[in-house]
Unconditional design. Structure first.
Length: 201
């Protein structure tokens, strides 16, 4: 499943920096079951039932066409749900908003640019099923990214904060090591060129 996920979302990553997907956050599965269930009932079950009641040739053709449209509707709702997601990578969050097959918007927020993460759960159904809206505010900018109806937003918030803390810590260590290396090279260069003289005991 992980390989399939990485393959499907590969075009949303920064290939130059070898960005990796750590996790994917979707809307609650109940939303897919509701929308796809309606398409399944009205688009597939209904024409089959119609043909059972009226087993005529014309009705059969109508039922087949109707069923094909129903299958496309189920696929449409699945694609809309699956690709309307947040990619949690080792470098930041990639927000994907998809509306059908041909309407898509992406936005990325690097971990070091995240100012705040918040979530809201409103209503009886959302509280019982534990899903709500989660928002990331971008630092030094009046923009934010939101995943509506995210499953378990509190757990998702903790997960993103953990990945962000790990990224910031590792980046600080890397920057510190690079700075030490640059200073060592500068001192070595000036020592060799005679601009810095080391004291002898």
């Amino acid at each position: 499943m992980k390989k399939i996920r990485d393959y499907l979302f590969r075009n949303y990553l920064d290939s130059d920096s070898n960005e990796r997907i750590l996790d994917v956050a979707h809307k609650h599965i109940i939303l897919l079951k509701y929308t796809a269930g309606k398409a399944l009932l009205l688009g597939i079950a209904a024409p089959i039932f119609l043909y059972i009641l009226f087993p005529f040739r014309q009705i059969a053709v109508l039922s087949i066409v109707w069923g094909i449209v129903g299958i496309i509707g189920v696929i449409y709702h699945f694609v809309d749900w699956y690709f309307d997601a947040w990619l949690i990578t080792d470098q930041g969050i990639v927000s994907i908003k998809r509306n059908g097959f041909f309407d898509m918007t992406t936005q990325k927020v690097d971990y070091h640019l995240i100012e705040d993460i918040s979530y809201t759960i409103k209503g009886f159904t959302r509280t019982m099923l534990n899903f709500g809206d989660i928002t990331i505010d971008r630092m030094s900018a009046n923009t934010s990214v939101m995943l509506c109806d995210a499953a378990n937003p509190k757990k998702l918030e903790r997960k993103i904060n953990a990945y962000r803390d790990k990224f910031v810590t590792e980046r600080s260590v890397r920057d510190h090591e690079q700075l030490k290396g640059m200073l060592s090279e500068m001192i070595a260069y000036h020592t060799v060129s005679g601009k810095i003289r080391l004291k002898k005991d």
